[in-house]
Design a protein around this ligand. Structure first.
Ligand code: ADP
Length: 243
């Protein structure tokens, strides 16, 4: 994927989330957005996902401009998959139904095709035996894997994840990150907001440090983690890698 954010600002009322953010990423399979809380990572991801519109600036994905027209954004959103922090599964539906529902309601699958696709994904993520369980009957890691399966249902080219492991304990975090690593190895393009520096180092091919509504630094992980250019990045990493 190629991503270009040019002069992006985003304000919520009087609160400024992003201010003059520029980001240019070429030919990446896995982009990790990292940085201090409140720095603007989630906002950047929501803009890239077409869930929100920038106040000013332009977004290009693979060379195509993301227009601010609602119709265009609706279509664009159908072409990507999104996973949020706290799974956002429908609590009253089973794992299988959580995957089939968007396929039938949004993506035009028949009932039969949606069930076939959901079972294929549940099998792939070792969740088939839990197909009929509701979110409350599954662990956090299992729910997050269902959420990833759901996001992949319609075979999006690009998967975006916003802190997908922040609500999970270390073992479940590992189980979810392994799934994401497999997806990247399987040639799925991924953009992930994460606090998991080990994952960013190991799996991402590009890292962007976002702080104070701007990009502080971008580069391949070995450069960012071993030889950062900015003092800000150096200070931030030494703080988060301390313990
Ligand atoms: P990060 O993901 O790096 O923690 P966010 O993108 O969530 O940062 O937030 C960036 C800034 O924008 C924060 O100061 C946050 O409080 C503010 N912000 C984000 N979303 C909203 C919103 N919907 N309404 C008001 N302020 C928001």
């Amino acid at each position: 994927m190629n991503i270009e954010l040019q002069g992006i600002s985003k304000t919520y009322g009087s609160a400024r989330a992003l201010e003059g953010l520029d980001l240019s990423i070429e030919d990446s399979k896995c982009l990790a957005l990292i940085g201090p809380s409140g720095g603007g990572k989630s906002t950047t991801l929501r803009l890239l996902a077409g869930i929100e519109k920038p106040t000013t600036g332009e977004i290009l994905i693979d060379g195509s401009s993301l227009s601010n027209a609602d119709e265009h954004l609706r279509e664009y959103r159908k072409s990507i998959g999104i996973v949020f922090q706290a799974y956002n599964l429908f609590p009253h539906y089973s794992a299988l139904e959580n995957i089939t529902l968007p396929l039938t309601k949004v993506h035009g699958y028949s009932e039969e095709d949606s069930i076939e696709r959901a079972r294929e994904l549940l099998r792939r993520f070792h969740l088939l035996e839990h197909a009929n369980k509701k979110p409350a009957e599954l662990s956090g890691g299992q729910n997050q894997r269902v959420a990833i399966a759901r996001a992949l249902g319609h075979k999006p080219k690009l998967l975006m994840l916003d802190e997908p492991t922040s609500a999970l304990d270390p073992e479940m975090t590992a189980e979810v990150l392994e799934v994401i690593e497999e997806l990247v190895e399987g040639q799925k393009d991924v953009i992930i907001v994460t606090h998991q520096m080990g994952f960013a180092k190991r799996v991402a091919d590009q890292v962007a440090i976002i702080a104070d509504g701007k990009v502080a630094e971008t580069g391949p992980p070995n450069q960012i983690f071993e030889n950062p250019e900015s003092n800000f990045t150096r200070r931030f990493l030494s703080r988060v890698l301390k313990y």
